[in-house]
Design a binder for this molecule. Structure first.
Ligand SMILES: NC(=O)C1=CN([C@@H]2O[C@H](COP(=O)(O)OP(=O)(O)OC[C@H]3O[C@@H](n4cnc5c(N)ncnc54)[C@H](OP(=O)(O)O)[C@@H]3O)[C@@H](O)[C@H]2O)C=CC1
Ligand SMILES: O=C(O)C1=N[C@H](C(=O)O)C[C@H](O)C1
Length: 259
């Protein structure tokens, strides 16, 4: 039995994750954490009384094997560091961790003899989009990324878009795209810049999580697109990560590394 804590359990992803944990026979939901849950009980959320409900990070004292984090970019580092110090293996979906923070968390994991997984996207369509984009970029070095999400998303660009750009940059020489003397008459029109690639973030009602990578070359173009229409699309990956993290001995980044 793998004992699991879900941090961010009241959020969009947290609610889906709680259901997944409860519906997976070899997982046990031993704790849930969200600031708004301070002073609340399991009964307030229709959770079994064996599930501890926490509203403050430092109060979390339950014995657990895995910490699943779907919180917010501003708090994920402190949450995951605490979880590792409590002996839990992090499965991190929350985006926004810096390279420096990831290095520090990996050192903490090594010190505590654990393993962990960070995945900017647990969806198979997104994992494949990033792999295909890296393959295409070797032949089409001029690319722009458009990510589209629901209007409640706090960070831009998405972690998936940044990971996509990072993977493309493994096979692409940094270079500017567009006119040498281009002028933005409306600031921000050309989007964010990653080694000369442009990244654009769309936030609209009706969208959940979507990304397309546009490649252009003389006389031709290539577009690769993924769509997550429902957050259920992430749950297979999260379930796999919880099982596989028990065998990891370092902090692994990217779901593709455990497929
Ligand atoms: N890797 C992946 O596949 C995916 C990653 N994500 C990422 O997951 C994160 C969450 O997304 P989403 O569920 O839509 O966000 P929501 O805004 O719906 O939920 C955020 C959750 O974080 C909690 N929270 C707020 N502050 C803190 C804190 N200080 N410590 C702990 N928890 C806190 C909220 O609790 P409260 O009730 O107190 O407000 C809430 O439960 C984002 O970073 C997003 O990019 C999203 C989808 C897929
Ligand atoms: O905030 C979201 O919803 C999502 N965030 C992740 C990201 O920033 O890449 C993953 C997915 O796109 C959904």
């Amino acid at each position: 039995m793998i004992k699991v804590v879900v941090a961010g359990f009241t959020g969009e992803m947290g609610q889906n994750t709680v259901k997944m944990v409860q519906n997976t026979s070899d997982f046990e939901l031993v704790g849930v954490f969200a600031p708004s849950a301070k002073g609340k009980s399991a009964a307030d959320y229709d959770l079994p009384e064996t599930t501890s409900v926490y509203g403050e990070l430092q109060a979390i004292d339950c014995e657990a094997d895995v910490w699943i984090d779907f919180t917010l970019p501003d708090f994920v580092y402190q949450n995951v560091a605490y979880a590792i110090e409590q002996g839990m293996r992090p499965v991190v979906g929350t985006t926004g961790l810096t390279a420096e923070q990831i290095t520090k968390l990996n050192e903490l994991i090594q010190t505590n003899g654990l393993g962990g997984l960070i995945a900017p996207n647990f969806g198979m369509s997104a994992v494949l989009l990033m792999k295909f984009a890296r393959e295409a970029a070797a032949y089409f070095p001029d690319a722009e990324i458009i990510e589209m999400h629901h209007p409640n998303k706090k960070d831009a660009p998405s972690g998936t878009a940044i990971k996509t750009a990072e993977m493309i940059s493994q096979v692409r020489q940094p270079h500017t795209q567009g006119a040498e003397q281009e002028k933005e008459t409306l600031p921000g029109s050309r989007g964010g810049d990653y080694e000369g690639m442009k990244i654009h973030s769309v936030r609209l009602p009706g969208y959940v999580a979507h990304e397309q990578v546009l490649f252009g070359a003389p006389g031709e173009a290539l577009t690769i697109r993924q769509d997550s229409f429902d957050r259920q699309s992430f749950m297979t990956g999260v379930r796999l990560a919880v099982k596989e993290v028990m065998n990891l001995t370092e902090l692994t980044v990217g779901l593709e590394n455990i497929l």
